[in-house]
Write a protein that binds this ligand. Structure first.
Ligand SMILES: [Zn+2]
Length: 423
């Protein structure tokens, strides 16, 4: 931490915010300052995060008290082409895909449609206070390009993947393995590492049921050749699990389908992970893969309830996903509330400070950007929110209660990535 005397002699900062500071800490625990100060330099790097008094900062400050200054939310799992179908109650999973998702995703071969929805997506992410997001696109390369462009222009941070699928889907959504590889390689050249790694490409086989063994193998090869993140779904629904083992009879479990394809490793994000056995969790732990916990989606489709203890006890990194459009909101505040309800329902309650960690720093760990974002700490990039609370918070518990549960108004006042104001 920069000492007060040193700060007093420095030039004014690009951003000097005085407000109630709430952040998880990389080393564990949570920092709360009812009267806090956050200083950000011209490069967008945090130079101070701590109590206002004692900082010795004499430059002008933007006083946002009693609003909360907190890290930008990190949504580790959502679907760009499902933005307009939130709330379609046609589940469970396989029926919902057939009746609501596939007909909508088929529209994304039309560039104008994709562009209009991408603009809506960005507005909704900004309003929700999400500053980093991992998105599935559709199987359309041009829609994926459009999604990248929209995030680039909005200043958001994220991963985007072309969704690979060559079976068990309508013809219009099918993409062959050679086409998927070629389109992905073009997108990697154009977008992977864009703006100092603000955007990255993720290899995205939709799920084992929609991909042939050959396609999954090639996805694994591509990810390993370029050190790319991988995102997919696993063990979301019982019927899906049974169908997956029929479609991939060589595999000993759902997880083994991905394992045999070389898709399991430290850059892998597995969404849902509800119906897994102990040995699957052991293997996830060994491979250092990560998990996207999507409780609101799991409630909406009646998929089941993921427990947090199996990954936690193995040191598996876990983040929180809205999973729009099976999730009913882009708001990570709502996702935190659902994660709380889910934890109660499985009899393993979770503390509010842990929910905030899941929605911020935990997500950064899952996406491989925890050194850069996810908490408001010295030397990190300034991805943050200013959030109005229903009541001014006098202590940590009150701040968490307001942020997570008192959410009649889910919006944020402002958001920043690297110190640049987005909203
Ligand atoms: Zn999903």
């Amino acid at each position: 931490m920069v000492r007060g005397a040193a700060l007093a002699n420095e030039k004014p900062m690009a951003l000097a915010l005085r407000g109630t500071l709430l952040t998880p800490l990389a080393e564990g625990g949570t920092q709360f300052e009812v009267d806090g100060l956050l200083l950000v330099d011209a490069e967008g790097t945090i130079r101070y995060a701590g109590p206002f008094r004692g900082a010795g900062y004499r430059g002008a400050v933007d006083d946002v008290r009693p609003n909360l200054i907190t890290p930008g939310f990190i949504d580790v799992h959502a679907h760009f082409p499902q933005t307009r179908i939130i709330g379609c109650a046609t589940g469970p999973l396989l029926d919902w895909l057939a009746n609501s998702v596939f007909p909508e995703e088929a529209r994304f071969t039309r560039r104008a449609y994709a562009k209009a929805v991408a603009a809506e997506l960005v507005q909704r992410l900004l309003h929700a206070g999400t500053t980093t997001v991992a998105l599935f696109s559709s199987s359309s390369p041009s829609a994926t390009e459009t999604c990248f462009s929209a995030l680039a222009e909005a200043g958001l941070r994220g991963l985007v993947g072309l969704t690979w699928m060559d079976r068990n889907c309508p013809e219009v959504l099918r993409i062959t393995t050679p086409s998927a590889v070629a389109a992905s390689e073009r997108l990697i050249r154009r977008w992977h590492g864009f703006d100092h790694d603000r955007l990255r490409f993720a290899v995205t086989p939709r799920f084992a049921l929609s991909c042939s063994k050959t396609m999954l193998r090639r996805a694994g090869d591509l990810a390993n050749a370029h050190d790319l993140p991988v995102q997919t779904h696993i063990a979301e629904n019982d019927r899906e699990g049974e169908a997956t083992l029929r479609a991939h009879p060589y595999a000993t479990s759902y997880l083994d389908v991905y394992d045999q394809a070389g898709l399991l490793g430290p850059r892998t994000i597995l969404a849902h992970a509800i119906h897994l056995k102990k040995r699957d969790w052991d293997r996830i732990g060994e491979s250092d893969a990560t998990v996207a916990h999507c409780p609101d989606s799991n409630f909406f489709l009646g998929s089941g309830r993921m427990r947090l203890n199996p990954p936690r006890s193995r040191g598996v990194r876990v983040g929180l996903g809205s999973d729009v459009a099976a999730g009913r909101s882009f708001s990570m505040r709502r996702a935190m509330g659902s994660a709380y309800d889910n934890a109660l329902a499985v009899g393993e309650p979770v503390a509010p400070s842990e929910l905030l960690r899941l929605a911020t720093f935990g997500g950064a760990e899952v996406l491989g950007c925890a050194a850069t974002t996810g908490s408001l700490q010295l030397g990190k990039e300034a991805d943050l929110l200013i959030v109005p609370l229903a009541r001014a918070a006098a202590n940590l518990d009150a701040a968490l209660a307001s942020l997570i549960f008192d959410t009649d108004n889910l919006g944020v006042l402002r958001s920043y990535v690297r110190g640049h104001r987005l909203f």
